[in-house]
Ligand binder design. Sequence first.
Ligand SMILES: NC(=O)c1ccc[n+]([C@@H]2O[C@H](COP(=O)([O-])OP(=O)(O)OC[C@H]3O[C@@H](n4cnc5c(N)ncnc54)[C@H](OP(=O)(O)O)[C@@H]3O)[C@@H](O)[C@H]2O)c1
Length: 223
Amino acid sequence: MNIGIIGAGHIGGTLTRRFSALGHKVFVANSRGPESLAALAAETGATPVSVTEAAQSGDVVIVTIPEKNIPKLPPKLFEGSSDRVVVVDTGNYYPQQRDGRIDGIEEGATESRWVSQQLGRPVVKAFNNMYAQHLLKLGRPAGTPGRIALPVAGDDEKAKSIVLKLVDELGFDGVDAGGLDDSWQQQPGTPVYGADLDAEGVRRALSSARKERKAEWRATEQT
Ligand SMILES: NC(=O)c1ccc[n+]([C@@H]2O[C@H](COP(=O)([O-])OP(=O)(O)OC[C@H]3O[C@@H](n4cnc5c(N)ncnc54)[C@H](OP(=O)(O)O)[C@@H]3O)[C@@H](O)[C@H]2O)c1
């Protein structure tokens, strides 16, 4: 599969390494341009490209940059690309530590619904609830007892099934976590966030999540 990755930090770098090792053709971009990705390219065989090229190069395009920078991506990033391209959002909203206030999210949109609105494309939410180092190291073959599971949310069943398959290839059980408006169940502060649970544990955690955003995950006067 051709996979575009926008963002080459903790998660983007990890996914570049893992998907390249699995034999996918990865096109990776960051904010500083392809030259700055020479070392990652040499290590993985991925192709360093511009953000626009990454968006246009993949059957799957993974957007993995800080939430506050989503509106700074080039406008009409996906214009002209096929509706079949699956866009994945790994993002989390950290209003107090990193992102500042984002009105749409504070007013009640799920984080990924807001990202989808900014990008003008449907997105699938995945890879947001696991530490990058765990994503890199803790994948196990299907059927391994206690295999860690990851929730995957999105409105398009076909797109979601493609992402669930990629999650399995990476060594994790994928759990269908419903539509994008259900994806608050896997946001920061919920039981599944950072918990590395197996599939049954993920399902239990999703169903025990509370919709109200906790104070530590809301913007304050200062932010
Ligand atoms: N870290 C984790 O363990 C983890 C786990 C799950 C989810 N997440 C979420 O995933 C997202 C990415 O997190 P991260 O930890 O991977 O971030 P990170 O390590 O800070 O890396 C951010 C990457 O995004 C790129 N970037 C920033 N603004 C950009 C722009 N406008 N255009 C293109 N590229 C841009 C940066 O490029 P430059 O370096 O060139 O600026 C960098 O490669 C965040 O929403 C985070 O909350 C993180």
